[in-house]
Design a protein around this ligand. Sequence first.
Ligand SMILES: CC(C)(COP(=O)(O)OP(=O)(O)OC[C@H]1O[C@@H](n2cnc3c(N)ncnc32)[C@H](O)[C@@H]1O)[C@@H](O)C(=O)NCCC(=O)NCCS
Ligand SMILES: Nc1ncnc2c1ncn2[C@@H]1O[C@H](COP(=O)(O)OP(=O)(O)OP(=O)(O)O)[C@@H](O)[C@H]1O
Length: 197
Amino acid sequence: MTFILGLTGSIGMGKSTTAQMFVDEGCALWDADAAVHRLYGPGGAAVAPLGLIWPEVVEDGNVSREALKKVIAADPEALKRIEGIVHPLVAEDRRAFLAETQADIVVLDIPLLFEGGSERSMDALVVVSVAPEVQKARVLARGTMTEAQFEMIRAKQMPDAEKRARADYVVTTDTMDHARAQVRQIVSEIRSKVKDA
Ligand SMILES: CC(C)(COP(=O)(O)OP(=O)(O)OC[C@H]1O[C@@H](n2cnc3c(N)ncnc32)[C@H](O)[C@@H]1O)[C@@H](O)C(=O)NCCC(=O)NCCS
Ligand SMILES: Nc1ncnc2c1ncn2[C@@H]1O[C@H](COP(=O)(O)OP(=O)(O)OP(=O)(O)O)[C@@H](O)[C@H]1O
C-alpha cells in the first residue's frame, strides 16, 4: 500500500525545498512543475498542441516559457487555454508515475492542488507556509519574475490562510532546521499509522 501525500503551498512558499526533505526521509516524489518541464521539452506532449494555437511559442522543438509569458501578457484568457491543454497531460504523467512506484509514501508536489481539484485523491495534505513578506522577498530574490508577475500569480491562487485551513499538516518554512524537524515528525506519524493499519 502506498500512502499518497499531497504537498502544496502558494508561489515561493517552499514546496520544492520541503519536497526534497521528504525525499531525504525515503519518500518518493512526483513534482507537477517538473512534469510541465518534460511536457514543454523536446518530444514533450504539450509542444504540438500549444504550437498549433501559438506557433511562435515553439522554438527548436521546445515550448519557450518566455514566449508563453508574452502570449499570456497580451491575452489574459490565454492562461486558461494553456491550462486546458497542459493539465490533462500532467494528470496522465502522474497516473503513470503512481502505477509504477513501490514506495511506502509518495509525495505529490502540486502548486495548484486545491485550485485543480485533485485533493480528493490524496490520503493526507501538507501545506507549506511562511509570512507573506518573506514569501515575496524570496520570489523576487530569484530574479525570474517582476513584482507585477508575482502579484498576478499570487492573486490567481487560493489564499494561503484558506490552504492552511484545509491541510492535515502545515509546515512552516521559516528556517531549514525547523522545516526539516516538521517533515520528520509527519513522516514518522504516517509510517506508524500505515504500520498499524
Ligand atoms: C506561466 C508560465 C509560462 C511561467 O513559467 P515560469 O518558468 O516563469 O514559472 P514556473 O513555471 O516555474 O511557475 C512558478 C510558480 O507559478 C505558479 N503558477 C504557474 N502556473 C500557474 C497557473 N496556471 N496558475 C496559478 N499559478 C501558477 C506556481 O506556483 C509555480 O510553482 C508557466 O508556469 C506555465 O506554462 N504555466 C501553465 C502550466 C501550469 O498551470 N503549471 C502549473 C503547475 S501544473
Ligand atoms: N525552510 C526554509 N528555510 C529557509 N528558506 C527556505 C525554506 N524553504 C524554502 N526556502 C527558500 O525559499 C525560496 C523558495 O523555495 P522553493 O523554491 O522551495 O519554493 P516553491 O514553493 O517550490 O516555489 P514556486 O511556487 O515558485 O515553485 C528558495 O529560495 C528557498 O531556498
